[in-house]
Design a protein around this ligand. Structure first.
Ligand SMILES: NC(=O)C1=CN([C@@H]2O[C@H](COP(=O)(O)OP(=O)(O)OC[C@H]3O[C@@H](n4cnc5c(N)ncnc54)[C@H](O)[C@@H]3O)[C@@H](O)[C@H]2O)C=CC1
Ligand SMILES: O=C(O)[C@@H]1CCC=N1
Length: 268
């Protein structure tokens, strides 16, 4: 349990997921977290259902917090940063930015020389299963242990050089969507061979969970695990070879690289 208060500026998909994960982990109470949005209606449910403090006033949220998470879309970032820079300049705050494509140097240009951490989580942070990448500026390094401990409660954490942040954004953050597309496609195949939509989805979700746990808990690699499933002359290899013929692995790899090239257009 931390005694610090957190302000989450821009409570949308990711900001609200982080807030929920912090409470679910037992690290904080909802009363320690203030979530802001320009439109209060969008976050009213976070107060009514989960007990978080909510406001449209970014400055008052910052004044009541020691850790400030900035979670607006990249297009809204500059206006927000300019609005809050004075409130953040009193030496009492640590800023954690989850904005994709905006570098620490760009944040420092607006906010000045203060502790800044870039974090790239994914939406599974709401259930403490994120894969979160962290990069620190020099002053932020003072908080490396504290911030790493927060994100460790919310899944797995990797500290990386900022130059790897675009790659982490694609693989670790967008990757949740890629995995969900696999899940959806597998369940659609399941419907075609006779399962109800509900059962097919349940099967697909459980096989993904099982496959992930085999790798994580056994510290294993996919190929030896796949070898255990592929009976000679059997069904699995028939399906796999057809999938590969249709471009399964290649399309995933190309998709990851396309996302990486896209983010490099803004962050280089
Ligand atoms: N959604 C995801 O899975 C991930 C998102 N990110 C990054 O996190 C950031 C947020 O993404 P989402 O949560 O998906 O966006 P979102 O659009 O769901 O949430 C952002 C919220 O900020 C509010 N907002 C805009 N300007 C504001 C201001 N000046 N003051 C207060 N609130 C303001 C908007 O009304 C919106 O509800 C983006 O920069 C995105 O690139 C990073 C990793 C994963
Ligand atoms: O799609 C996006 O641009 C952001 C970056 C990571 C997840 N969502």
């Amino acid at each position: 349990m931390t005694s610090k208060n957190i302000a989450i500026l821009g409570g949308g998909n990711l900001g609200s997921s982080i807030a929920k994960g912090l409470v679910k982990s037992g690290l904080m109470t909802p009363q320690q977290i203030t979530i802001t949005n320009l439109d209060l209606e969008l976050i009213q449910h976070l107060h009514d259902e989960d007990g978080f403090n909510i406001t449209t006033d970014n400055i008052s949220a910052i004044n009541g917090a020691q850790i400030v998470i900035i979670a607006v879309k990249p297009t809204a970032a500059r206006a927000l940063l300019n609005q809050v820079k004075d409130a953040l300049g009193n030496g009492e705050h640590v800023v954690i930015s989850v904005i994709s494509g905006i570098k620490i140097h760009d944040l420092e240009e607006i906010l000045g020389d203060m502790p800044i951490i870039r974090a790239m989580p994914n939406t599974a942070i709401a259930i403490q299963e994120s894969m979160t990448a962290l990069s620190f500026n020099e002053k932020g390094l003072t908080y490396k242990q504290e911030v790493s401990e927060i994100f460790n409660q919310l899944g797995s954490t990797m500290v990386i050089p900022e130059a790897q942040m675009p790659a982490a954004t694609v693989l670790a953050s967008c990757g949740i969507a890629f995995a969900l597309r696999f899940l959806r496609a597998a369940s659609q195949g399941g419907i075609e061979i006779g399962f109800s939509s509900k059962l097919s989805l349940e099967i697909a979700a459980q096989i993904m969970k099982g496959a992930s746990k085999l790798i994580i808990e056994n510290n294993s690699h996919p190929e030896p695990e796949i070898d255990k499933v592929t009976t000679p002359l059997g069904v699995t290899i028939k399906s796999l070879n057809k999938m590969e013929y249709e471009g399964f692995s290649s399309s995933l790899i190309q998709g990851v690289v396309a996302g990486y090239n896209k983010i490099l257009e803004t962050e280089s």
